[in-house]
Design a protein around this ligand. Structure first.
Ligand code: NAD
Length: 478
């Protein structure tokens, strides 16, 4: 059984209880994790508090913190094969996806390691006889609730930013995907991170996650997950006036005009929905197509979808399995609802021969002409299911793009430069891509949502501001 990681040591859970770890490719258990509770969270928060207040972590200069983070980045790349295997099996990710996630987390530590000593306050012009300056101080102890879809990447962007700003961190990974983060924390200790800087408590959200967000020793919460739990976390944090960054779901539109370069569009649009089997917050799950080009675009995408294959992580196909049985059932229920309501399937990929029957597979599916108000066009499916929707003109495209509760990411495909900017400005979304979508993970690009997609920003330098508190100091000297 894997134990918690607190104060640079493996620590058994106080209850002795465990949660099974299943391989999504086979449905079989192959390990277990500690079922953390409020006692374990308290131990981790105390460790982080000591590290921040009086331990070696709190005494490091920004440059020293940055150097440690750069060392960890190199260590991650040195251990890339091992981390890839862990992530691939635990999450059911095709090997190439797991490897991309490992590369990304290394890059986050490189990026934020380099940024640690470039984060500073300012001096402000004020009245004669005064000097006013601002300090960017860490919050102190930050809590990080991580989902199962990209554990390594989300750890990199959230914990990486918080550490660079000088915080000590307590992380609660998702119960379905913890193993890579437990190993990463060990690697951090090996390269010299002081005890208490990074602590990991595994367990269920309603137990360990809830205890973390309620703990009075937590000064900031970074939550990545579903809008429903995001509301709960916000309510809990509001009682203690603790700031929260919320990275929630999406129903991101890919807006395609008749003049779009389809050779460029098709592979990007396909990848935007099949990457990680569609279990991506910024999945391009709605394809909005100008009506005059709709049949032509659908034909091209249908050819591409028909060629897609889902199978075990080790087969390294277009899609791995979904994370768990209930997620598979959820996606199947969406597809049943589509069929009952007369929505046609334009094209579907296949589940590979030899894929274990007990694995949680879903063939990639392209749905034709989905009504704008249908749940397939409104709700996050979190599976490889793309809803195609025709639009009449620019105004109609913007109206449909904005007609969900979400606003995380969007793309616009047209050769008309003025139209690109008009649409980019009118779409309510944290990110808008023009003739591209999310290449390379966008580590340097501020990321986050509006509306039910959340608030606050992670990734890029901008994220560092969210992991600090601004203090203003006014000095009267004349
Ligand atoms: P989830 O909200 O069920 O769980 C996310 C995390 O919250 C898990 O670690 C879970 O254990 C924990 N949790 C559950 N209940 C809790 C509680 N009461 N208090 C504290 N923590 C609790 O989400 P999920 O199903 O694991 O992840 C999928 C969702 O995450 C999707 O909506 C997806 O879009 C979103 N997501 C968003 C981003 C982003 O950056 N915007 C990135 C990845 C995933």
């Amino acid at each position: 059984m894997k134990q918690h990681f607190i104060d640079n040591r493996a620590v058994p859970g106080s209850s002795g209880e465990s949660i099974p770890v299943l391989d999504p490719s086979t449905g079989q258990q192959y390990d277990s994790i500690a079922r953390g509770n409020a006692t374990d969270i308290d131990l981790a928060v105390q460790a982080a508090r000591r590290a921040y207040d009086e331990g070696a972590w709190g005494r490091l200069t920004a440059a020293e913190r940055g150097r440690l983070m750069l060392k960890l980045s190199v260590k991650i790349l040195d251990c890339a094969d091992e981390l890839t295997d862990i992530e691939s099996r635990d999450c059911g990710k095709p090997t190439k996806q797991a490897r991309a996630d490992v590369t990304a987390v290394a890059r986050y530590f490189e990026y934020y390691g380099g940024a640690a000593d470039k984060l500073h306050g300012e001096t402000l012009p004020y009245q004669n006889g005064y000097t006013v300056l601002t300090l960017r101080e860490p919050h102190g102890v930050t809590g990080h609730v991580v989902p199962w879809n990209y554990p390594l990447q989300i750890f990199g962007r959230s914990v990486g930013g918080a550490l660079a700003a000088g915080n000590a961190c307590v992380v609660k990974p998702a119960e379905d995907a913890c193993l890579s983060l437990l190993r990463l924390a060990e690697l951090a200790a090996e390269v010299g991170f002081p005890p208490g800087a990074i602590n990991i408590v595994t367990g269920y959200g309603h137990e360990a996650g809830d205890a973390l967000t309620r703990h009075p020793g937590i000064d900031h919460i970074s939550f990545t997950g579903s809008p429903r739990i995001g509301v709960l976390v916000t309510q809990v944090a509001a009682e203690r006036h603790v700031p929260v960054t919320l990275e929630l779901g999406g129903k991101s539109p890919q807006i395609v005009f008749g003049d779009a370069d389809l050779d460029a569009l098709v592979p990007v649009a396909v990848n935007a929905i099949v990457q990680n089997a569609g279990q991506t917050c910024s999945a391009g799950s709605r394809l909005l197509v100008e009506r005059s080009a709709y049949d032509r675009v659908l034909e091209r995408l249908s050819q591409a979808f028909s060629a897609l294959r889902a199978g075990p992580a080790t087969m390294d196909l277009d899609c791995g399995p979904l994370i768990r049985k209930t997620q598979q059932e959820r996606v199947q229920n969406f597809l049943k609802a589509a069929a009952q309501d007369g929505i046609a399937t334009a094209a579907q990929g296949k589940i590979a021969d030899g894929a274990p029957a007990e694995g949680y597979y879903q063939a990639p599916t392209l749905l034709d002409n989905v009504p704008v108000d249908h749940r397939l066009a409104q709700e996050e499916v979190f599976g490889p299911v793309l809803a195609a929707i025709p639009f009449d003109d620019e105004a109609d495209a913007v109206r449909i793009a904005n007609a969900t509760e979400y606003g995380l990411a969007a793309s616009v495909w047209t050769r008309d430069g003025a139209r690109q900017l008009r649409i980019a400005r009118k779409v309510r979304s944290g990110q808008v891509f023009i003739n591209n979508y999310g290449a390379g993970g966008g580590i340097e690009l501020p990321f986050g949502g509006v509306k039910a997609s959340g608030h606050g920003r992670e990734k890029g330098f901008e994220a560092l501001y969210g992991f600090t508190v601004l203090k203003t100091i006014s000095i009267k000297h004349d």
